[in-house]
Design a protein around this ligand. Sequence first.
Ligand code: FAD
Length: 404
Amino acid sequence: MHDVIVIGAGISGLRCALDLEAAGVDYLIIEKNSFVGGRCSSLRCDGFILDRGFQVLLDSYDEVFSVMTEKDLGYQRFLSGALIDTDRGLRELFDPLKSPQKLRTAVSVLFSDIASFRDKWRLWNLSKAKSLLKEFDVQSSTDNYFQATFTERFQEEFLRPFWGSVFLDYDLGIPMGHFFELMKFFSAGFGGLPVNGMQSLPDQLFSQLTKDRVRLETSVVAINGSRVELSSGEILEARKIILALPQEVVCRLMDYPQPVQSRSSACVYFAANNSPFELPALRLNARTDHEIVKLICIPTSIQPNYAPKEKVLITVNLDPQFDYANPEVRQTTHTELVELFGRQVDQWEEIEYMRIPNALPDYQLHSHLEDMDYIACGDYSSTPSINNAFASGRIAATKCLEDY
Ligand SMILES: Cc1cc2nc3c(=O)[nH]c(=O)nc-3n(C[C@H](O)[C@H](O)[C@H](O)COP(=O)(O)OP(=O)(O)OC[C@H]3O[C@@H](n4cnc5c(N)ncnc54)[C@H](O)[C@@H]3O)c2cc1C
């Protein structure tokens, strides 16, 4: 009998275990995969580092940087803002206050036709957290808020492609409260990447735990009182059980109705000899004649370690409703990329295609979960993000230690 069993070695489970370890609790983590990190992890492929579905780590994530440092992670930043392919050509929108060339960027933003003066003023206010929350219901959709606040052109050319890619929801049905929470972090900091990929985050946590307290390749199939049943038939027991699982797995194990929504991610990874654009920034595709390619990023523009020497890694996020495995979709994706970057795309070598169903959980925390006998943690407990997965793990450990 253990004091505590934590099921799931994603970010939330590992963060929880960190505090259990520090408190000297006899705990065990059970993880079905052969690696730690769950959805926040990376694949190594022929010298390339492929983050699962392409992710960015914000330097303003307070929960993350309270237990590790930028130096631990070898963290590097993208520029704050984005390049945008519009029907009228390439545009850029960068935050002048965070730009290395503040004056030049401020002038370029002021005269940019990507947004009206009213849009720019409202975006500025929003970024200063002068939120318009009082006028809006936090449960209403972000799309409603954008429609009531910004011009249609700015919505379609910047807000929808940018926030659609962040939330993996291009309809922007996400509750406004979630948008405001993440907006706070985006305004306060930069997006960036660790030197060894997003896998560095769980690896950092894992490195602080006693190794034989983590059982990999071990799947839980049922939970009954204090008993945890593994797929091998083995039964483990603990005084406390913490579920650090994705929401849909909790619902399955607890026999709750499955959440109805799911936000998937689809990402193709290419190797190239040259970068298709020079600025270390995310590039959004807002062309109305394109329906598949949404976001392009060059991780090697800030972390050369993501590719073998002299090679460039290009990640292309697709609208997940298109299945890239279908040859027609693949061909259209190629055509869209050629229209963005020219014939150099013919030389790109496809490394991998990753489709991640249930990449981000449903917007609504299922009411059953609140009344559960077990302690639950995971990104579904609030706005899904790496930071909130860290927070939920910390809170679960505190709850457990209070009872303990
Ligand atoms: C494609 C994609 C892009 C994202 N982009 C960003 C981003 O840019 N910025 C950001 O902040 N966040 C992003 N996120 C969200 C972030 O990665 C997640 O919120 C976070 O990793 C969730 O951690 P978790 O511990 O809650 O869940 P998980 O990572 O899902 O951990 C749950 C663990 O439980 C294990 N498990 C499942 N079933 C069983 C079982 N039966 N028995 C034992 N173990 C089991 C799983 O293998 C997993 O390791 C993204 C997520 C995805 C998928």
